[in-house]
Each structure stands twice: as structure tokens, then as C-alpha cells.
Design a protein around this ligand. Structure first.
Ligand SMILES: [Fe+2]
Length: 260
């Protein structure tokens, strides 16, 4: 079956999904599988079709192969390329083993950061997970890798996708999603030198929110799992999972929340 893509030369459509938290130990397992199925079916029926789907982490709840197998029975049906960044509930090695990633400039690193270079917008997945907490973390090693990736291609607009948002979530009880806010300065230090980074897409908060880091727009999407969702959702979405479509028109992104 042929799918039309947004066809203007420098335009691109990204579908962003997040926080599906597939968990056989939860009494909400069946609901979460249904929520994920509805999202995948909706994305497959989008017209024009998105060029790419990004999942901004927490595919499963406390990653094991069994749980990724379960998630893949549904995510395997996405008909366009799907790329995943690691969330705090994921296992980054299992993410790398089970999903298509991208080009890795530091293959010996413990962190899962990679670039996707095939589209008018370059996408870079960041690894913001911490070895000791569920909150975000960043460090010099990850920042150096990001800096090298960004230096390779300065002409193309670039977006970063990552699990933990590096901006204040003003309407949340938990506005700061990094354990030590100083670690965000590693990321900010890189962004300061790379004006071709146009946008950051994040997950983790399970709610819709918008902010900025050094003037660069950044946002989070609600969790696919309805039982874990926080904050306001669009009218009609009380019992429906949601995700976001980000359309790049050659200059900037316009985002909308899609109710399945
Ligand atoms: Fe998370």
C-alpha cells in the first residue's frame, strides 16, 4: 500500500509517541496494550503519512526482553520508520537490540545516542537516563558526543529527542525532571554553540507542556497510557489515547495533539 508523504522539498512530518509503559505486572496491562494499538492504527491511517515516528521513552515499565516482545507485537505494525530513545524505565541495551536506532558516533559508549540523517530535518536521540534515579541526567561524555554529532552537519535544521525535558514544567508539582539541574548545563553548553538545533521533543512527564532552553522551543507529550496521563487533554480525549504530530514547513515546526 502506498502512503503519500508531505511532499514539499524541505518539509517533514514527525509523529511523536511516548510512555507506553507496557507492564505485564500491572493490572492495567490490557488497557495499555489497547491504548498503544489505537495509537499505532491512528498513525498508520494519517494522511499525509508522517515520515518517521519517534518514541520518547518508557516503551515498557522496567525493561525486560519479555516486555519488549509484548510491545513489539504492536509497535512492529507501525508502517513507517520508528526510532526510540531510552526512558528511565527502559533498558538502553534492549532498546538498541530491539529497535532501529541510527548512526552512533561513539559505539563504545555506554550511552545510547544516535543520529538519523535521511530526512530534511536531522534527528538526534539523546540518552538522559541516570544509573541511580528515575530522574534525568546528563554528563560531559554525552555532551561531547552530541557536540561531535552536531558539528558534522551544520546546514541542516536539527531536532533532539530525549526522555527527560530540560526545561521547567510550570504546571506540574514536579517542575524539574533532572536530579541535579547543573547537569543540564552540559546540554545547554552544547546548544549555545549550535544554532541549527531548532527544537527538542521530550516525554517522561506524561503531560503536554511547552518550554524553552536557551530560547529553543521544547515540549513534552502526554503518555500513551491513559491511566498514567497527567494534566489537561483536548476535548474528547478523556477515554482516548493521544500523541503529537510535528510538521516542519522548511523553517519551523507546528505541532498538534491527535486524539485517537
Ligand atoms: Fe519516564
Amino acid at each position: 500500500m502506498a502512503y503519500d508523504c508531505y511532499d514539499s522539498l524541505n518539509a517533514m512530518i514527525i509523529a511523536q509517541i511516548s510512555d507506553s509503559h507496557i507492564d505485564p505486572e500491572s493490572d492495567k496491562l490490557e488497557d495499555r496494550l489497547k491504548d498503544l494499538r489505537r495509537v499505532v492504527d491512528d498513525i498508520n491511517n494519517q494522511d499525509p503519512a508522517p515520515n518517521i515516528v519517534i518514541h520518547t521513552g518508557d516503551v515498557v515499565h522496567n525493561g525486560t526482553q519479555e516486555k519488549y516482545d509484548m510491545a513489539l507485537t504492536i509497535l512492529g505494525d507501525v508502517r513507517i520508520p520508528l526510532h526510540v530513545c531510552a526512558g528511565n524505565r527502559d533498558d538502553r541495551n534492549l532498546i538498541a537490540a530491539n529497535f532501529q536506532t541510527g548512526r552512533d558516533v561513539s559505539p563504545r559508549s555506554d550511552f545510547l545516542q544516535y543520529s538519523i540523517d535521511d530526512y530534511p530535518v536531522r534527528l538526534i536521540a539523546l540518552d538522559t537516563t541516570s544509573a541511580i534515579t528515575n530522574m534525568g541526567d546528563y554528563c560531559r561524555e554525552r555532551a561531547d558526543t552530541l557536540n561531535r554529532m552536531l558539528a558534522e552537519e551544520r546546514q541542516k535544521p536539527t531536532v533532539l529527542f530525549m526522555h527527560h525535558p530540560p526545561f521547567e514544567i510550570v504546571d506540574s508539582k514536579y517542575p524539574f525532571q533532572f536530579e541535579d539541574w547543573d547537569t543540564v548545563t552540559y546540554l545547554a553548553g552544547v546548544l549555545k554553540k549550535n544554532e541549527h538545533v531548532k527544537q527538542l521533543f521530550c516525554g517522561h512527564t506524561h503531560r503536554c507542556s511547552n518550554g524553552k532552553i536557551l530560547g529553543i522551543p521544547a515540549s513534552t507529550v502526554p503518555s500513551i497510557a491513559i491511566d498514567l496521563r497527567l494534566g489537561d487533554v483536548p476535548e474528547g480525549a478523556e477515554f482516548a489515547p493521544v500523541y503529537q504530530i510535528h510538521k516542519f514547513d522548511g523553517t519551523r515546526f507546528k505541532s498538534k495533539t491527535v486524539v485517537c
